[in-house]
Ligand binder design. Structure first.
Ligand code: PRP
Length: 212
């Protein structure tokens, strides 16, 4: 049996920040100093193997057991509801899921609201909670264009600094939920690699508390 812990980290800036936390928790990987174009990095001394994948793919690797552990945004967990355990809020990658539109937009409850988004389930759940009937327009990117071109009335999207909205003449109208990066684990790995998963979680928790 493979005793190493396989860890899927999100590629990019968030992954770099997350790796720093793992490093401080004692899971340093010297091979990452010279990554080249490799995708898999082993840290035999720490008993972990890292691989970097597209942020929205992390949960799939973990759900299917290709990774024991991963770090995924709460947005992905809410949208796709993968069957994984959520172990820790890592407190990085903080942003907000918001309804956004033209400043001062007033919703007319007598008509169906047209909502453009990448996050179809999150948007549906949010408006279902408000008993508001909507027409979902599923887009894959550049969501801010939709209200500008009259494709939708509002969007449901991630707001981090707010710059994208501002530069496109839009504003947040309501907050749907807060988002941050979460430590997730494969359900079977939590049983069969219980000690390693528990130790990793505890050590990460200590680092986050130190930061306090
Ligand atoms: C997200 C989101 C916004 C932007 C918000 O896109 O869809 O467009 O970030 O960030 P800001 O508030 O700091 O301007 P992302 O960069 O994830 O790219 P994507 O839409 O291509 O996934």
């Amino acid at each position: 049996m493979d005793e190493m812990l396989n860890i899927a980290l999100p590629k990019g800036r968030l992954g770099d920040r997350v790796y720093e936390i793992f490093e401080r928790a004692g899971y340093a990987c010297p091979e990452l100093g010279d990554p080249g174009r490799r995708l898999v990095f082993e840290a035999k001394d720490s008993g972990v193997r890292y691989f970097f994948v597209k942020p929205s793919d992390v949960a799939i690797y973990v759900e299917r057991g290709a990774a024991d552990i991963g770090v995924a945004g709460k947005d992905i967990l809410l949208e796709y509801r993968p069957e994984v355990y959520e172990l820790l809020d890592l407190g990085v990658g903080r942003c907000r899921m918001c309804v956004c539109g033209r400043p001062g937009f007033i919703d007319d409850p007598s008509s169906v609201l047209r909502v453009a988004t990448k996050f179809v389930r999150i948007a549906r759940d949010y408006y279902a909670g408000l008993s508001r009937s909507i027409d979902i327009i599923h887009l894959n990117g550049s969501i801010e264009l939709a209200p500008l071109l009259g494709l939708s009335d509002v969007i449901v999207d991630i707001v981090e600094t707010g710059v994208t909205l501002r530069e496109n003449g839009l504003a947040p109208l309501a907050e749907v939920c807060g988002i941050s990066a979460r430590l997730i684990a494969n359900r079977v790995s939590c049983k069969f690699k219980y000690d390693a998963v528990t130790e990793l979680t505890e050590r990460l928790k200590n680092v986050l508390e130190d930061k306090g």
